[in-house]
Design a protein around this ligand. Structure first.
Ligand SMILES: [Fe+2]
Length: 211
């Protein structure tokens, strides 16, 4: 590859996608009802993630979310410059976090992209005596290059090893499945409800880069 003169190149960026879904209120209300029904017949929806793929259901909320997830994947591929046909399947599962529930740092092996759609997020108030840096209900993503921040200085692109957000109901986040993330504890008596998903590619040889 020839060099451009006087140019700064972004090498190995990590793509992170977020979208606030339009007219989310009614389908999200239906999905909350569906997740609560499913919760009655599962030991735990998050740990039983292999057998509660609610996006396989023919349900008005699930049909809406499946369409939104598919559109987000199309947007993502366009934004990174993938301009050829890609086939995928969605594996989704629901999460209900009650007081004290959290999900320690992890990634999603054997998936291409991962994401979460947020249905309900409690607004916790900090109580006196607790650490001021608690971020209940937030999600943190970590720079996939551990230690890259150790010599960084203010405003260079490596200074913050984490990206932390408090999602709103109606937000859909999506990221490369290798990215480690941590779901902070819910410190509210209200439930925090979301639907997570993996995008699993159906393999074709034309995905391979030309040599
Ligand atoms: Fe996750």
């Amino acid at each position: 590859m020839s060099l451009q003169q006087n140019h700064v190149t972004d090498l190995w960026p990590t793509k992170f996608y977020n979208r606030h879904l339009p007219e989310f209120e009614e389908p999200t209300r239906l999905l909350i009802k569906l997740v609560r029904e499913m919760d009655k017949t599962h030991r735990n929806l998050t740990t039983d993630y292999r057998d509660n793929n609610l996006l396989n259901l023919d349900h008005p909320g699930a049909n809406w979310l499946r369409q939104q997830v598919n559109q987000s994947v199309i947007d993502y591929f366009q934004s990174v410059g993938i301009d050829y046909a890609v086939n995928w399947q969605i594996h989704a599962w629901a999460n209900i976090n009650r007081r004290g529930d959290y999900h320690d740092a992890h990634n999603h092996p054997r998936s291409y992209l991962s994401g979460t759609y947020y249905l309900k997020i409690p607004r916790s108030r900090k109580t006196s005596g607790q650490r001021p840096d608690l971020r209940p209900g937030h999600i943190t993503f970590y720079d996939p290059r551990p230690g890259i921040n150790m010599n960084s200085i203010n405003k260079d692109p490596y200074v913050d090893p984490e990206h932390t957000v408090l999602p709103n109901p109606g937000d859909l986040l999506m990221w490369p499945a290798f990215l480690n993330h941590f779901v902070h504890p819910n410190l509210s008596d209200e439930t925090r409800i979301s639907i997570s998903f993996n995008i699993i590619l159906k393999w074709s040889d034309h995905y391979l880069p030309s040599q």
